[in-house]
Write a protein that binds this ligand. Structure first.
Ligand code: ATP
Ligand code: MG
Length: 163
């Protein structure tokens, strides 16, 4: 079923997703804590956004689990955008490996983009996405990383829109 997750892990993600709605009005940290408690995953939690909680799978990949309904949408969108966009743009998108209901597995990317490079290169990259029919929403510095080849790569493109 999954090359990365066990049946038990997928089951606990399913359980969390089924309960997620009870916590829709909780504050961000409370929701993430509740998710952790229910998920009971053995992996290290390396990041929390508004929509997703992120775990390090310790094999060069990360697991993002939705914390909200929007988070489920973000995962779906990243999977679709990654698989449908042209190679020239794909090299700027963090590689998606697997997806399931409410979760997605991506390459782990740790090198933050230095402010100078971000300011210098981001406007052109944004234009490139727009020219390809993708509105690159929310490309803040916390949502991008540098690839080994020094390319700016988006790790959170769940808010991108294809038009
Ligand atoms: N591919 C990745 N490699 C390493 N760290 C990551 C990766 N994806 C996400 N993270 C970490 O987890 C955090 C949250 O992930 P992400 O931004 O995808 O969640 P989100 O809920 O969609 O965010 P937002 O609050 O911007 O909507 C990131 O800011 C980053 O620190
Ligand atoms: Mg984010």
């Amino acid at each position: 079923m999954s090359d990365f997750l066990s049946k038990k892990e997928i089951k606990s993600i399913k359980l969390w997703i089924s309960k997620m709605n009870y916590y829709k009005n909780s504050i961000k940290s409370q929701r993430a804590n509740k998710a952790k408690e229910i998920l009971q995953l053995k992996y290290k939690n390396i990041g929390n956004g508004w929509q997703r909680i992120v775990y390090d799978l310790n094999n060069g990949y990360v697991l993002k689990v939705a914390l909200t309904k929007k988070g489920i949408q973000c995962n779906k969108r990243e999977f679709k955008i990654y698989n449908h966009c042209l190679a020239d743009l794909r090299k700027h998108l963090c590689r998606v490996k697997e997806v399931g209901h409410g979760w997605i597995i991506m390459k782990k990317m740790s090198i933050k983009v230095p402010k100078r490079i971000y300011q210098e290169k981001l406007p052109r990259l944004k234009k490139k996405f727009l020219a390809a029919g993708i509105k690159p929403r929310d490309m803040s510095n916390s949502n991008v990383r540098l690839s080994k080849k020094g390319k700016i790569t988006v790790i959170d493109y769940g808010h991108f829109i294809r038009y």
